[in-house]
Ligand binder design. Sequence first.
Ligand code: HEC
Length: 171
Amino acid sequence: MRNYDLDFLKKFSLVILFLMLVTAGLIGLAAWLHGTIPADIPDAVVQQRIDRIAPAGEVYAGSTGAAAQAAAQAAAAAQAASQVAYGGTLDGGVIYQNLCAGCHTSGAGGAPTLDHAHWDARIAQGADTLHRHAIEGFTGAAGVMPARGGNPALTDEQVIASVDWMIENLK
Ligand code: HEC
């Protein structure tokens, strides 16, 4: 090999080495820049994560907590009341089958089943009392009748229609 060939090779290798260093530097810079850009996560995924780590229940403490609890209960009650139960039907039979039957057909929790033996004494109280007990709820010797059968979305008229249907369908 001639002397100037050797010289050329030396310089050429230096240039290659320099370019490799520049390349490595650029790769490093690009990687760093990429890390500084915030990840683009869709809102739906963010919401899913928030839902997943949301507390299962809420804790209300102190007087502010009591106020927050009362507000939450009022909101829940208002929401339930704004929904129309069973399409707003006044067909007592439909409401009975969907709700009241859960207790009054099986007699669960001491609920009077639809027969005269269970109802004649109750009917003797008068229809108004029965309506009121069904709307407001009633705790008697047999057990607990929840207000509106446990569905606050039922209107007074719907509860009355269900009571009347029950009385008409005693065996
Ligand atoms: C969670 C069970 C349960 C459900 C659901 C339920 N009831 Fe009752 N109900 C009872 C029990 C228990 C009694 C008996 C209470 C007692 O006399 O001790 C009762 C009693 C009654 C009485 C008689 C009250 C009285 O003064 O003697 C009426 C009327 C009545 N229910 C209507 C209804 C209607 C209408 C529905 C549906 C909208 C309904 N119930 C849903 C449990 C239930």
